[in-house]
Every structure is written in structure tokens, then in C-alpha cells.
Design a binder for this molecule. Structure first.
Ligand SMILES: Cc1cc2nc3c(=O)[nH]c(=O)nc-3n(C[C@H](O)[C@H](O)[C@H](O)COP(=O)(O)OP(=O)(O)OC[C@H]3O[C@@H](n4cnc5c(N)ncnc54)[C@H](O)[C@@H]3O)c2cc1C
Length: 297
């Protein structure tokens, strides 16, 4: 069984937090980069009986708590980052670890429309499906047909669109690990696609903080409300808690001002949730996934 692992993809006491976009948080007991479905199945079938197992993508929507994770964290390796276009069937197959900018670049090159919005999202396909990533009127579930997953007992399963409920920044994928997914293809002229991408990049630069340690939108927008407006309404734009700060540029983005801990980020978030609830009786829900234990102080 251990032939599936080698010292290059297997690390103990791994500093996971520093690898997330926020760059905060603790270590995990074991970090494994996996390059075969068989290895994932083995981990879920056997190791999961002893340790909790987590999957991470690019860590762009993730807070790892300061006490770390007493479990195994897996990340899909390069062999899961293939993109295949089946021209006859008009189907695009994308590997679970493929980065969003690679997807959008591939689509531009092949005149495929509907994926332009990914040019500004810094995640991977697996994270996108789990979170139903979206912006500028598009969501990853729009052209989605089916995905291959490995479930929490290590079995390979194909899930069709009808098997998954996609909501606003959510899905019912649960503990399933997304290996790859298929999407319906629609074509457009190169110029139309590249113009859309340029507009998205320009708008992002104007409305969001760039070149900082952030996790994107902190809270999902409550029904009929915008999270950033509620945060502005309680006057939290620019406010800090330890090294964590609400961005001056976009108040639903938190920033690690170099010295933040994950606790600073969560305390800032909880303070905002309480104030918004007290003032408007509106519940802000975390969009950012938070995993691991709090550190004993
Ligand atoms: C600057 C910035 C801008 C952003 N803009 C947007 C935006 O416009 N729209 C938007 O929707 N999001 C946005 N995000 C958030 C984030 O990029 C997306 O949610 C993205 O889809 C997360 O992908 P990831 O690979 O980084 O996932 P991670 O952050 O690593 O993980 C997020 C969740 O997905 C799960 N996951 C990861 N890989 C897999 C897999 N293979 N199978 C199953 N589950 C998996 C994890 O367990 C976790 O629960 C932004 C983030 C940043 C930092």
C-alpha cells in the first residue's frame, strides 16, 4: 500500500496555513500531494478510519485555524490538471486541480465562451465546484454536465448535474473529492471572449484589492442584500482586529496586514456578524471555508 507514496509528495507537520492565500494558520499532521485516483481511494478507504481527511485546492477561499489540523490534508497534483476538448461532442473535460486562469486561457484559445469569469478567480476547478464559484453573472454550474468524484469511502462515482444541488456559493458535494468535470461547450469569436476578459480584469482592479493577502469575499450576500453594503453601514470599512483588516477597497474583503493570525480574521468576522445582526437582524454567513482547531492561548 505504501508504494503509492514517496518522500516527495508526503510531508509530516506541514505548514499548511502559510500556503493559503491569507497565509495564516497552523500546521497539519500530514500533507500529501496525490497524483493517482488509486492513492486517493486508499487514503479515504483506510487512513480515514484513523484520521480526518481534508482536501484543499489553491487555498483561495480558506482559513486554516491557528491550532492546525490533526489529520491528513490532500491536494490534487499536476496529473489532475488536464483540459481536454471533445470537439465532436462539444464537451470540455477539466481536471480537478486545474487553475482558473488556465481554464480561461484554454477557452480563449479555443473560442469557448462562458468561462471568461474565471480569469479573475484564483482557485482550482475542484474548489470552484464545491463553492459554485461565480461572478459577473456567471457560475461554474452554468455549463456543468457531470463530474467524477471519489466519495468518503474511497469509491469512484460519476455525479450528474441532477445529483448535485448548486446554490449561491454552495453545492451539495459534501465530502466528495472532485477529480474532473465535464462542461457543455458554446463557441464565440475570439475578440468577443478577449473583450469580456479585459473588462472583467479592469473592473476587478477598480473594485477589489490587488496584490494583498486576502480570501476574496468573506461573507456570501444575504438574500436581497449585499454583504459589503451591510459592512459599510456598520462603518467597518478599514477597521482592524490585530493584524486582520477590512479592505478599504472592498469592505467584503479581509486582508492579512502581514501579522494577522487566523483568529484575528475570525474575530473580525464574528464582530461584524454580531453588529450586522444587532442593527439589521440580518445573518451574514461565512463564504470562506474554515478548517482546523483554535490554538490554546
Ligand atoms: C482575490 C480573490 C478573488 C476571488 N474572487 C472570487 C469570485 O469572484 N467569485 C468566487 O466565487 N470566488 C472568488 N474567490 C474565492 C475562491 O477563489 C473560490 O471560491 C475558488 O473556487 C476556491 O478554489 P480553491 O481551489 O482555492 O479552493 P480552496 O480555497 O482550497 O478550498 C475551498 C473549498 O473547496 C474544497 N475543495 C478544494 N478542492 C476540492 C476538490 N478537488 N474536490 C472537492 N472539494 C474541493 C475545500 O475542501 C474547501 O471546502 C476569490 C478569492 C480571492 C483570494
Amino acid at each position: 500500500m505504501f508504494n503509492y507514496f514517496n518522500k516527495n509528495n508526503f510531508f509530516f507537520n506541514y505548514n499548511l496555513g502559510s500556503k493559503t492565500w491569507f497565509g495564516t494558520g497552523g500546521k497539519c499532521f500530514c500533507f500529501i500531494t496525490v497524483d493517482s485516483k488509486r492513492t486517493i481511494s486508499i487514503i479515504l478507504k483506510y487512513f480515514k478510519r484513523v484520521f480526518p481527511v481534508f482536501i484543499v485546492g489553491a487555498g483561495s477561499n480558506l482559513i486554516v485555524r491557528d491550532g492546525g489540523i490533526n489529520g491528513i490534508v490532500i491536494k490534487l497534483g499536476k496529473s489532475f490538471s488536464q483540459i481536454k476538448l471533445y470537439k465532436k461532442e462539444s464537451i470540455l473535460e477539466i481536471g480537478g486541480s486545474t487553475k482558473d486562469f488556465e481554464i480561461s486561457k484554454f477557452c480563449l484559445k479555443n473560442n469557448i465562451t462562458g468561462f471568461e469569469f474565471l480569469s479573475g478567480v484564483p482557485g482550482t476547478l475542484g474548489g470552484n465546484l464545491k463553492m459554485n464559484a461565480g461572478c459577473y453573472g456567471h457560475e461554474i454550474c452554468d455549463n456543468f454536465l457531470e463530474c467524477e468524484v471519489i466519495n468518503n469511502v474511497g469509491e469512484k462515482v460519476v455525479k450528474k448535474k441532477k445529483d448535485i444541488t448548486f446554490g449561491y456559493r454552495s453545492s451539495t458535494l459534501g465530502d466528495d473529492i472532485v477529480i474532473s468535470a465535464k462542461f457543455k461547450v458554446n463557441y464565440a469569436k475570439t475578440k468577443t471572449i478577449s473583450d469580456k476578459i479585459k473588462t472583467i480584469i479592469k473592473e476587478r482592479k477598480m473594485s477589489q484589492p490587488v496584490g494583498v493577502r486576502t480570501g476574496g469575499s468573506t461573507f456570501s450576500n444575504p438574500k436581497n442584500h449585499l454583504a459589503w453594503k451591510l459592512i459599510d453601514a456598520i462603518k467597518y470599512r478599514g477597521k482592524s482586529c490585530g493584524g486582520a483588516m477590512v479592505s478599504e477597497h472592498h469592505s467584503n474583503f479581509f486582508i492579512n496586514n502581514k501579522s494577522a493570525t487566523s483568529l484575528d480574521l475570525e474575530l473580525l468576522g464574528e464582530e461584524i456578524r454580531t453588529k450586522v445582526w444587532d442593527k439589521y437582524k440580518i445573518k451574514l454567513e461565512w463564504e470562506i471555508a474554515r478548517i482546523g482547531k483554535y490554538k490554546k492561548i
